[in-house]
Ligand binder design. Structure first.
Ligand code: BES
Ligand code: ZN
Length: 613
């Protein structure tokens, strides 16, 4: 909490700001969105309040910003932009004429423009948008990219309300509520009155239309896609909100909307308040991937109201969110669906842990990110090890008692940020008067859960929904030695996610997971090769690449030119590279401007190591 901060050691190693001494209490973002120059230009006003006496230097995070002037309380103040240090950017040091005393506020008005090196923004030419008529731009600030859009205290440990004034010739959205739209001036103002961390600052602008998907929800997308998007989400969005409200408490952000972005959006979804940003791959025309919406909605409590204090405690955001998402699914579709999803999650956890190696720092729940880039530590581990931990705690104290803790936890920490130790203290404190629960909680190996790398104890999940998927995978795997004639009816009655489990099981066999000559048969028999669900096609291609079946190389290359979601792009590049490095590099070079800067940088690291292509 802000009041205790000055006496504490530094909680967030991923910011250059001196937020122990002074904190942001309000942010006003005022930008022209200049599509011609592909940059934002304007000013940002930060109201800042001193936590201690005599604050003279204010250090803000910036990354590749073109700072033009800094005015403090209407007087020109001294400022310097320090040398850039990877991966945290260039500290902007503002030196006040006189130190300010504890509790006093100052206003800092910075005039600036973004630059071509900005890592948070993607600018799309008309040709890169669905209807190819207008340019498009969007932001992605999590984890530490907000500093490339505005000077700020770029740490989730500081929260402030935000107002946006954005000028653009195209429809513009931001992570707040629209307050005015002046058509003649092309000006939109948005307000987010609930204090939010910098990583939730977000906006997008382009040829965007909307349709309702619930009583308090709209979907936004390109004009030609919006009807399809409406169909995908309209049955479930309000149910998700109501169920989440009954598990935690009332939804705080008034409206819940979804913006479906162009193909290059690098994530499945991003929980920007009021408006979730989502990849178009969730719109698979079968409603099979809307768990992403349940997930992003759940962040409205875990992450957006109650935030991790630093990226070292990211599991508090993602583990809790994965937990809430699965509780929502269980309520809607039955308890076996919770475990079904958890089994898929365990596989993702296995892949991540094996990928890093079982002793790796990033396989811990609580990380040491000192001098590290949080993007490099991003994996399924905070999601799935976090889920396994919360699921374990729930079962330990009993579902009934845990369900009372959930609203208490979110109520205690809403509008604040916390670390894993505060989570533990809140839990122990809540059950202090319940000796049975306290005894159980005292048996928890807290330090192992927080700091032991590698696998947590494996839970016993209900495997009703996966058994058939595993059995079919085994048949394909053993086809060369045992007779088995595949038929499309093998998967009758399956959900798309059961096919995902089937394909992942196949992928888990040593390469080649199925005989090379069976790959095409697999894709044709079950329709995976031509599916509009990228979850299916991409996994089918992965199986083909593992079997080194040449006929999937080109379609993989083509898919890599139409989706920019890192979950698909990174594994496919890794596999394609193993088959044909020259072709993989050719595909990357051809599409690198299509990918969002974050995705581009990650694939570059995957293909070429830390040195640039
Ligand atoms: N907050 C994350 C996305 C993120 C994480 C962006 C870290 C930048 C840095 C979002 O909530 C998320 O987890 N998205 C998942 C969706 C899924 C787990 C349903 C994704 O993108 O795949
Ligand atoms: Zn998430």
């Amino acid at each position: 909490m802000a009041a205790n901060r000055a006496s504490r050691p530094r909680r967030d190693p991923n910011t250059n700001s001196n937020y122990e001494k002074i904190v942001t209490s309000k942010i006003a973002v005022n930008y022209d969105i200049d599509f011609g120059k592909k940059r934002l230009e304007g000013n940002v006003v930060l109201s800042m309040k001193a936590l201690v006496d005599g604050v003279k230097d204010i250090v803000l995070d910036t990354s590749f910003l073109d700072i033009k002037s800094v005015i403090v309380e209407d007087a020109k103040s001294e400022w310097t932009l320090k040398d850039r240090k990877e991966p945290y950017g260039s500290p902007l040091v503002i030196t006040l004429a006189e130190g300010i005393s504890k509790g006093k506020e100052v206003q800092i008005d910075v005039a600036l423009a973004t630059t071509n090196e900005c890592t948070a923004l993607q600018w799309l030419d008309p040709a890169q948008t669905p209807n190819k008529k207008h340019p498009y731009m969007f932001s992605q600030c999590q984890a530490i990219h907000a500093r490339s859009v505005l000077p700020c205290q770029d740490t989730p440990d500081v929260k402030a309300p935000v107002t946006y004034t954005l000028r653009s010739p195209h429809f513009t959205l931001a992570s707040g509520h629209l307050t005015t739209h002046d058509e003649a001036a092309n000006k939109y103002t948005y307000e987010q009155p609930i204090p939010i961390p910098s990583y939730l600052i977000a906006f997008a602008s382009g040829d965007i239309k909307s349709l309702p998907i619930g009583p308090r929800s709209q979907v936004y997308s390109g004009p030609d896609e919006v009807k399809g998007c409406q169909w995908e989400f309209e049955d479930d969005t309000e149910n998700y909100i109501k169920i989440a409200e009954s598990i935690v408490f009332e939804y705080a952000w008034k409206t819940y909307n979804v913006l479906v972005l162009p193909n290059s959006f690098p994530y499945g979804g991003m929980e920007n308040p009021v408006v979730t940003f989502a990849t178009p791959t969730v719109v698979s025309k079968d409603r099979a991937n809307i768990d992403v919406i349940a997930h992003e909605l759940s962040h409205s409590w875990s992450g957006n109201l109650v935030s991790n204090a630093s990226w070292e405690h990211f599991w508090l955001n993602e583990g809790w969110t994965t937990y809430l998402e699965r509780r929502i699914q269980a309520r809607l579709h039955g308890e076996p669906h919770r475990d079904f999803s958890a089994i898929i999650g365990w596989k993702a956890l296995e892949d991540s842990i094996k990928g890093y190696g079982e002793d790796h720092e990033y396989t811990k729940l609580v990380l040491n990110l000192d001098s590290k880039d949080p993007d490099d530590a991003f994996s399924s581990i905070p999601y799935e090890k976090g889920y396994v931990f919360i699921d374990y705690l729930e079962k330990l104290v009993s579902r009934e008692k845990w369900d009372k803790f959930i609203p208490h936890y979110f109520g205690t920490w809403k509008l604040k940020s916390l670390d894993s130790f505060e989570f533990k203290a809140t839990l122990l404190d809540f059950f202090a008067s319940d000796s049975e629960a306290t005894n159980l909680l005292n048996s928890v190996a807290w330090d192992d859960w927080f700091y032991k790398p590698g696998f947590p104890p494996k839970p016993n999940y209900d495997d009703t929904l996966v058994k058939g998927c595993y059995a079919l995978a085994e048949k394909w795997h053993a086809r060369s030695s045992q007779s088995f004639t595949p038929n499309s009816s093998d998967i009758d009655g399956w959900t798309a996610n059961q096919s995902v489990v089937f394909l992942e099981k196949i992928q888990s066999y040593p390469a080649p997971p199925i005989p090379k000559e069976d790959v095409v048969l697999l894709g044709d028999t079950y329709g995976y090769a031509k599916s509009s669900n990228v979850e299916l096609v991409s996994r089918y291609f992965a199986v083909g690449l593992m079997a080194k079946e040449e006929s999937v190389y080109k379609p993989t290359g083509e898919l890599l030119g139409t989706v920019g979601r890192m979950k698909f792009v990174r594994p496919l590049f890794r596999l394609l590279e193993k088959c044909d490095r020259k072709y993989a590099i050719e595909v990357f070079e051809k599409n690198k401007n299509f990918y969002h800067p974050i995705c581009r940088a990650m694939v570059e690291k995957d293909l070429f190591g830390d040195k640039k292509a």
